[in-house]
Design a protein around this ligand. Sequence first.
Ligand code: COA
Length: 249
Amino acid sequence: MTDAIVLQRDRGLLILQFNRPDKKNALTRAMYHQLAAALEQADADNTVNAVLIQGSSECFTAGNDIGDFLQQPPTDLDSPPFLFMKSLLNCRKPVIAGVAGAAVGIGTTLLLHCDLVYVSRDARLRMPFVNLGLCPEFGSSLILPRLLGHAKAAELLLLGEGFSGEQAAQWGIATQALDSGEAALAKAREVAERFETLAPGAVQISKQLMKSVDREQLRQVIEEEGALFTQRLRSPEAIAALSGFIARR
Ligand code: COA
């Protein structure tokens, strides 16, 4: 069996690639553990200058594995998705994302915590939390209204409406939209490699400064969202919606 997260090292760049194509790169508990360990390692390793997160040129990720949500729902802030997101939030190295195809649920949320995000114009992003009986996660209820205003953020978070890579770039969720999935991944790689030539100390301090203003408020919101999200996973609304997804397949 192939690894569902492929790790690749190219000089100072660590590449984390989702690789579960038969399930649209849906993230399992094991994949979260792999991602968290790799990010922690990258943070601690002085020879890593930057981290690139990507799926394939056809699909980023369909989000949390829905079967896992039903069978082994996260119970607390030490559950695998939280460990992964904690390691992403704590990563002092720049994190670049290359996104093509579907980026659903945590696949969109995680982009809000990357530093540079390159998407294909026709990428399909969506946060269908309410549609699944759930609620926003990992700071999206704070970050998106700030970025887009409440009325636009409500369309994404209350109605669960999808949006394109082109819109993500217009709204500041992504850095740039490219003409194809291949172009988005190539651009993300090219930019990630630029950190090879930039002073790592200056890059890390600059990232820290950019993130420090909101850090405490973000931590509080993430905790509150996390407690409610784990409760929602056990709600009849969520169990019906998640079981419905499985039953339709
Ligand atoms: N968890 C588990 N399996 C998933 C999955 C998920 N989040 N998303 C997709 N899959 C599986 C499907 O069950 C299917 O498996 P099967 O072939 O064994 O039946 C396979 O991946 C392909 O999915 P399919 O829906 O046929 O692909 P598509 O190209 O038509 O659509 C998506 C892709 C991502 C738009 C669609 O699969 C989807 O909406 N997935 C759910 C996303 C979601 O709600 N995530 C959780 C957010 S909290």
